[in-house]
Design a binder for this molecule. Structure first.
Ligand SMILES: *Cc1c(COP(=O)(O)O)cnc(C)c1O
Ligand code: SF4
Length: 348
C-alpha cells in the first residue's frame, strides 16, 4: 500500500513539517501542527467559564499549552474537573514558588554523557530522540529541561552511537524525549538502523505518549521500521486515566502489538486526576483491555509549577494497598519514586 508519506507527491508549497523535502506531511503531522496552543481557544472549545482564563494564561507563559484535537475530543464539555483537562490546563498555582520544588528534580543535567544521552542505570541508556511533545502535561518533570542543548545534530548522534558501540554492558536503548515519536519516521528509521548495528544491543524501548494523544501516529511508516528491526521492542505508553483510552487508542495498541512490541504503561499519581482506588483500578482494567500491562505508578517529581498535583507518600501507599485488594497481581503497577543518584527507581 502506498502511504502519503512514501508516495513522494511533489507539492513544493506544502508546509514542511518533516525534514524530507517535497513530501506531504502525514496525517499525524498535520494533527500535531494543528494542536491547540492558545489558552483562550482551549477554554472556548471546552465551554469553560472565563474565570479559568487568567490562570491558563499565566501558566501558558511559563510552559506553553499544547493539546491535540484527538485528546480534546475525549474530555467532557463544560467540566473544569475533567481528569484529562486537568492534565493540560494551566492553573494560576503554577506561578507560585513552593519550597522543595525545583527546575531539574532528577538532576539529569549531571548525568548527560553527551548531548541527548543520559546514562544513569546499568545496562540501559536513555536517548533524547526528539525535544518536542505532542501534548504538554502540566506536571511534566522535564518542563524546564534545556531541550535546546539536548537536541543533537547528526554529528552528535554519531558520538552517542560511538559511546554505545564502545560499552558492551549496554543492552537496551530507550528512546525518550520530549516524545521520541514526535521525530519523523525518516529520522527514526535512520537511528534504529544504526542502533541495530551495535551487536551487544538487544532491546529497543520507546517511552511515548503520542499513540495516546494522536493515535494516527501509529501509521504504516512507523510500523515499517518498528516491525523490521531485529531488536526486541518494548513500547512504554504514558496514560493516567481510563478515559484516555478510546477505540482509536485500542486500535493503535493492536497495531503496535502486531508489529511485535510488548506494551507497558507508566502513570503519574496526580491529585484530582487518578487519586482514588476506583480511578486506578479502572485504569488498570482498561489498559488490559487494550493489551497493555501497568508497569510503573510514579509519585510526582517535585518540579517547580506542579506542586498542586502532589499526593503525599502515605496516601499513595494506602491507595496502592487498596488497589492490591481489588486487582489481580499482574494489573498492579509498581509504586516508585526517582531519586537522583540511585541505581534504579526506588519502590515506596
Ligand atoms: C526510568 C529510567 C530508565 C528506565 O528504568 P527502568 O526501571 O528500566 O524502566 C532508564 N534511564 C533513565 C535515565 C531513567 O530515568
Ligand atoms: S508527554 Fe511526557 S515528556 Fe511530554 S509533556 Fe507529557 S509528561 Fe512531559
Amino acid at each position: 500500500m502506498i502511504t502519503r508519506s512514501s508516495a513522494l507527491l511533489q507539492r513544493p508549497d506544502s508546509p514542511s513539517v518533516d525534514v524530507m523535502p517535497l513530501t506531504l506531511p502525514s496525517a499525524w503531522q498535520t494533527q500535531l501542527s494543528q494542536a491547540i496552543r492558545d489558552p483562550r481557544e482551549l477554554c472556548r472549545r471546552l465551554g469553560l467559564d472565563d474565570a479559568w482564563l487568567p490562570g491558563a494564561e499565566r501558566g501558558h507563559a511559563l510552559f506553553e499549552i499544547r493539546v491535540p484535537e484527538a485528546f480534546l475530543a475525549r474530555m467532557r464539555h463544560g467540566d473544569p474537573n475533567d481528569p484529562l483537562l486537568h492534565q493540560v490546563l494551566p492553573l494560576a498555582a503554577e506561578g507560585e514558588s513552593v519550597p522543595g520544588y525545583v527546575t531539574d528534580p532528577l538532576a539529569e543535567a549531571e548525568h548527560t554523557s553527551g548531548p541527548g544521552l543520559i546514562h544513569k542505570y546499568n545496562g540501559r541508556v536513555l536517548l533524547i530522540a526528539s525535544p518536542a511533545c505532542a501534548v504538554n502535561c502540566r506536571y511534566c518533570f522535564r518542563r524546564h529541561f534545556p531541550y535546546a542543548d539536548n537536541s543533537p545534530s547528526r554529528a552528535q548522534w554519531e558520538r552517542s552511537l560511538e559511546t554505545l558501540h564502545n560499552d558492551p554492558s549496554i543492552h537496551e536503548a530507550i528512546l525518550s524525549g520530549g516524545d521520541p515519536l514526535a521525530a519523523s519516521d525518516r529520522q527514526l528509521a535512520w537511528l534504529i538502523e544504526r542502533l541495530e548495528a551495535i551487536p551487544h544491543l538487544k532491546r529497543l524501548r520507546l517511552h511515548t505518549r503520542l499513540p495516546v494523544v494522536i493515535p494516527d501516529r501509529v501509521d504504516d511508516a512507523l510500523l515499517g521500521w518498528l516491525g523490521a528491526t531485529r531488536l526486541q521492542k518494548v513500547v512504554v505508553l504514558h496514560i493516567n486515566h481510563a478515559n484516555e483510552i478510546d477505540k482509536a487508542v485500542i486500535d493503535a495498541c493492536a497495531r503496535l502489538k502486531a508489529a511485535g512490541a510488548t506494551l507497558l504503561n507508566q502513570s503519574v499519581l496526580l491529585r484530582n486526576v487518578n487519586d482514588s482506588v476506583d480511578a486506578l483500578a479502572q485504569l488498570s482494567e482498561r489498559l488490559f483491555e487494550a493489551g497493555v500491562l501497568p508497569y510503573y505508578l510514579h509519585v510526582l517529581d517535585p518540579v517547580a509549577g506542579a506542586a498542586h498535583f502532589d499526593v503525599p507518600d502515605e496516601e499513595a501507599r494506602e491507595l496502592v494497598a487498596g488497589l492490591r485488594e481489588e486487582l489481580p497481581g499482574f494489573l498492579l503497577p509498581r509504586l516508585v519514586r526517582e531519586i537522583p543518584g540511585e541505581a534504579s527507581k526506588t519502590p515506596l
